[in-house]
Design a protein around this ligand. Structure first.
Ligand code: IFM
Length: 482
């Protein structure tokens, strides 16, 4: 423990030299991404990092936790690319104190974590498991002792398996189950945690978990997707209402994955497919939340599920919106695709991309934020995830050189400053992710961390990108959580 922290502190000291460590490895010259320059963010901008429970905690059978849909899915042969699972992950459940010390040393002002529903209510409903909440209690106290402002997210995809067996997100009762779980969490932690996000990326959970089936719970098809999506939206509304009734001093929001959607060609069929995909990815959450209706393109598909009062529940105001931004999608017409006959198509030549093949466009973050400004009333926004997956080399002298990820962060933080200059109500930025972790269907082989995790030894090693963010965080003063 001491050795790891010593290493980090000496790496931090080295990184506080005036030149930021954006040094390309000799064999891969790095072309800076537009926009150029150094991030310029206001002094009250909030700097932090995000994680999620199943991706880092491990300890899946400790403290009374019972299985989630991801435990079942990741233990199903063939589901995870490298055959790993979240049983241990970063062992954060047992190592949280060291991890919080690491966050403090890096200069994080804020930290977004998610609460595991199967720790708090192992059977999904009914009895609250005090030992499960004790873990988050300890985590929150440790964060506050280091001056780090916690944001809790109530649902980052790890539904108790017991609820899946009752229909999961296909059962409309889940809106009440979620409200009960949210209430129990806030009762225990709401005296110290002030910003609460209801859901993480509901459209992604609906599309991949309930449409493509390559995420838990592995369900497929359009009807399955639509049902899950409506009940996720509904639970976001019942959660907000339950938590507001519990305490009036909290800041409540939800977290959406948003991205610009472009047609992959100028063919009329691709242009209309892109519009349908945009509705499924972006406005399927935004329109109900901010306008109280589903996008016109799919209103008929959702109508049979909507009961009296649903849209009012979903439309309840939020105090902030969390935006997870990674890059744009290029979409083609695809008659075989379950998702509105639209799927990923050709990307313009020379578009930079990450190891996962995701196109990179920092300008896309500006586009997403100006859309919120123009079409959705310019709500207070926090970027709650932004980051990139690359193949990292082994550490040298206690640091992992990851110039591409460092450059990705730089370009997107410049874009964040640009969006603020254009009048967007962007208030802060949480990098994804603090640690390398269990990257869902990709397993442990795909890394997003600011800090490397050796999954065999659990050693944490700072990356150049983490040290870069650390310098910026330390130089930019003190931000304010929602
Ligand atoms: O790891 C995920 C996270 O859980 C949700 N947003 C995207 C990240 C990278 O794929």
């Amino acid at each position: 423990m001491l050795r790891r922290r010593d290493l980090l502190l000496s790496a931090l000291a080295a990184a506080s030299l005036p030149a930021l460590p954006v040094t390309a490895r000799a064999q891969t010259p790095l072309t800076p991404l537009p926009p150029a320059g150094t991030p310029r963010l206001p002094p009250d901008f909030l700097w932090g990092a995000s994680t999620s429970a199943y991706q880092i905690e491990g300890a899946v059978a400790e403290g009374g936790r019972k299985p989630s849909i991801w435990d079942v899915f990741s233990h199903t042969p063939g589901r995870i690319a490298d055959g790993t699972n979240g049983d241990v992950a970063c062992d954060h459940y047992n190592r949280y104190a060291d991890d919080v010390a690491l966050m403090g040393d890096l200069g994080l002002q804020a930290y977004r974590f998610s609460i595991a529903w199967p720790r708090v209510m192992p059977d999904g409903t009914g009895a609250v498991n005090a030992a499960g909440l004790d873990f988050y209690d300890r985590l929150v106290d440790a964060l506050l002792a280091r001056g780090i402002q916690p944001m809790a997210c109530l649902y980052h995809w790890d539904l108790p398996q017991a609820l899946q067996e009752r229909g999961g997100w296909h059962n409309r009762d889940i809106a009440d189950w979620f409200a009960d779980y949210a209430r129990a969490s806030v009762r225990r932690l709401g005296d110290r945690v002030k910003p609460w996000a209801m859901l993480n990326e509901p459209s992604v959970h609906a599309i991949f978990g309930h449409g493509f089936g390559n995420h838990a719970p592995g369900l497929t098809g359009w009807d399955s997707y639509v049902k899950a999506q409506h009940h996720l939206n509904l639970a976001q509304g019942t959660g907000i209402a339950a938590v507001r009734a519990e305490r009036s001093d909290l800041k409540l929001g939800t977290v959406l994955s948003l991205q610009p959607i472009f047609p992959s060609s100028q063919d009329a069929a691709d242009i209309t497919a892109a519009a349908r995909f945009d509705a499924c990815w972006n406005t399927i959450n935004l329109d109900p939340l901010f306008h109280g209706r589903y996008p016109a393109l799919f209103a008929d598909d959702f109508a049979p599920l909507i009961k009296s009062g649903d849209m009012e529940t979903i439309h309840a105001p939020v105090d902030f919106l969390g935006v997870n931004y990674y890059g744009p999608s290029y979409i083609k017409h695809d008659p075989a695709a379950f998702l509105a006959q639209a799927s990923w198509g050709a990307v313009p030549a020379d578009t930079p991309h990450t190891l996962l093949g995701w196109p990179i466009s920092a300008q896309g973050m500006v586009d997403v934020l100006t859309r919120l400004r123009d079409d959705y009333g310019n709500p207070p926004v926090f970027i709650t995830e932004n980051g990139a997956c690359y193949e990292d080399p082994a550490p040298v002298d206690g640091v992992v050189q990851d110039p591409e990820r460092t450059e990705y962060f730089r370009a997107h933080l410049v874009a964040a400053g640009e969006a603020i200059a254009q009048g967007c109500a962007l208030k802060g930025y949480y990098a994804w992710s603090l640690l390398d972790n269990f990257e869902w269907a990709e397993g442990e082989r795909r890394r997003f961390g600011m800090v490397r995790v050796d999954f065999a030894t659990q050693q944490r090693t700072p990356k150049q990108s983490g040290l870069y963010l650390s310098q910026l965080m330390k130089a930019h003063g003190s931000g304010k959580a929602p």
